[in-house]
Design a protein around this ligand. Sequence first.
Ligand code: KG4
Ligand code: ZN
Length: 337
Amino acid sequence: MIVLGIESTCDECSVALVEDGRRILSLVIDSQVDIHREFHGVVPEIASRRHVQTILPVYRQALKEAGLQAKDIQGLAVSRQPGLGGSLQVGMGFCKGLAFSLGLPFVGVDHVLGHLYAPHLEADIAYPYLGLLVSGGHSMICHIRGHDQVEVLGASIDDAAGEAFDKVARHYGLGYPGGAALDALARQGNPEAFRFPFSNLYKGNHPYDVSYSGLKNAVINQLDQFWDGTSERSLENIAASFERVAIDTLVRRLARALADTGLVRVVAGGGVAANTRLRASLKALPGIQAFYPSLRLCGDNAAMIAGLGYQYLVRGRTSGWDESVCARVRDFRRFYP
Ligand code: KG4
Ligand code: ZN
C-alpha cells in the first residue's frame, strides 16, 4: 500500500511516499530554517504562510522523485498534533483536499508518535522496547508495546532537551537552531572542563523525569562556579561540558528504566537523536540493542508520518471530514497521546 505523508507541524514542509509503512519511495523536505534564523526562532505567522506557498510544489516534487502519479497513491496521512496551529491547518487542509479529489481515505496522526516510528522505516524492530523521544518540544521516556501503545514513564518537567541545546547555543551566539552547532563544537572540547550539576528533579512519583532549567542556568549564568580552574574557558569546552550533562542525564534515566522494566531494546527518535554523544552512548549500553534513525529521519519529516499512517490505514482506521488539528497535547499523561 502506497501512502502519501504530509508534515507541517512547525517549520518543515514535507511530503513523502512510503510503501507498506517501510519503503521510502520519496521524501521531500522544505526547511524554513533560513527564513526564521534572523528571529532566533520560528515565527508562527511566517511559518504558516510559507507552508501555503510550498506545500503544492513539495507534493509535486515528491511524486516526481518517486516516479509516481497521483493515481498511484492509495491512502493519505497527515500530522494533526502537536505543533503550531496555523502550520498544522495548512497540512490538514491540503490533505483533505487531496483525499476528496482522489477519493482516498486519510488519517490524522500524532507527530510525536511519528518520531518514535521513524526508526521502523530503516530496521525491523520488535516490540516492546524503551522509547526515547527527544526533540525541540518534547523529552519523553516511554514503555512502547505497539505503534500506538505508549506508556509515558518520564518527561521533562521544564525545558525539552532540544530547547536546552537551542537556548544555550543562542546565548553563546551559535545561531539557530543550535543543537547541531553545539554538537559540532563539543567534538573539539573537553567535557570535564566545567562540572555542571546533574538535576535529579522529578514530579510526583515519576523518577524518570528530566529537568533542564538548572543546567541551562548554570551554563548561561553561573559558568565560573563550575569551571575546573585550569582548562581553557573556550566555547568548545563549554559546549562539550554542557553536552555531557545534557545527554548523560537522559542516558542515566534510560539505564535505570531499562533495569527496572527488564526491556532489552531502546529506540530513540526526534531531532536530538542526531546528537553524536547520545548515539554513541546508546550503542554502548551493555546488553542492550539500540536503534536510532539516520540523520535525515531524526528531524521533522513526512516519511515517519506516512509510515505510521500506514499502520492505521491498513487496520481500517481512518479520519472523517470533521478531523481537526490540535496545537498542544497535555504535558504529561501516563499514556500518550
Ligand atoms: O524533532 P525536531 O526536528 O523538531 C521538533 O519536533 O521539535 O527537533 C529539533 C531539535 C532542535 O532543538 C535542535 O536544536 C535539536 O533538535 N537538534 C540537536 C541536534 N540536531 C538537532 N540537538 C543536539 N544535537 C544535535 N546534533
Ligand atoms: Zn518533531
